[in-house]
Design a protein around this ligand. Sequence first.
Ligand code: NIG
Ligand code: FE
Length: 408
Amino acid sequence: MPQTLLITNIKGLAGVADSPPEKPLAGESLQKLEVLENAWLLTENGRIARFGRMAKVPDRADEMIDARQGYVLPAWCDSHTHLVFAQSRETEWVDRIRGLSYEEIAQRGGGILNSARKLREMPEEELYEKALQRLDEVRNYGTGAIEIKSGYGLSVDSELKMLRVIRRLKESSKMGIRATFLGAHSVPMEYRHKRQEYIRIIIQDMLPRIAAEGLADYIDVFCEKVAFTVEEMEQVLEAGARYGLKPKVHVNQFNCMGGIAAAIRHGAISVDHLEVVDNADLLALQNSSTIATLLPTAPFFLNDHIPPARRIIGAGIPLALATDFNPGTSPSGRMAFVLSLACIQMRMLPEEAINAATVNGAFAMEWGSECGSIAPGMAARLIITKPMPSLAYLPYAFGSDLVERVIG
Ligand code: NIG
Ligand code: FE
């Protein structure tokens, strides 16, 4: 007998569809959020079974939850995080308040390299415990599926340590987790004058072992003036492709360097950040199926350029939203605040923000038919909200915790 769960008295069941979506939402369809009012929802063995209006509600299930006029929506799909790290970096944040820039801190060996030093010293067990705590925290914020990157290791042993921690998280958590190998996050100090040697280590020493242990789903490179050039990114992506790793890359955070077009040529699932974009970048995206993932809490925290969401949506490019949870540029994994910033600073409509953080976030992890929408057969990863007057209230009431309960 299937284990059933019935949720009743739902003010609005958001993100419903007859069948799992086939592609991410783009252009005007990003605004289309189907909401069934005064609804119930039945799940069977952790999957969406049926839903309908309260006028005709099933009378029994193994477990019943009264939503008391809260909304139910797909749990957030946070497709870009660096949730495994050893320590916070608030001292550098205070340095930035005093006037130093993120790039200046990186140049002097702080930033990512600071995180790498701390991580190198931390035993795997402790790193795992800390990451698990953060994962529990973001689950309580309503996140149901998440991508987690390595990239604070920057040596064979430490990158493997990070990826093994992510694998343990996959094994121990109910959340959907994707692992991304980001050995090319920063060039370690000792390789600053022999960059190719570090790239050789990524390609010849790290990648084969990661692939042999099946530790990564994707490959990432930080393509930026303070990190890797477009050519270096291409070298790493080419090597990753030999092991079947598709790219999800950091590009256009501070500078337009042609990284978007290059990543697309290598079949990128998503290009992430896009605080700055030029017309060539938009054109390349328009002619691809790559998702533009915006991370508005990072420029908010750095006081930097606001990503041009309206231009991206206007160009018909699928857009996803994620937290970028990391100790340097976004020390928060709270998706609801990402949605608020998307609406307030990037002028996204609440429906667009919700779709970008659910359906499109799921597609940015190649899970679009698994989670991020409420259709029969899909995973029942859900948020039940506190009673609220409308769906727009969720991003409007920034800072409020409106998540009552998380399912799945
Ligand atoms: O996505 N930009 C590169 N990586 C992270 C920041 C990492 C850090 O500063 O620790 C980001 O913003
Ligand atoms: Fe990032």
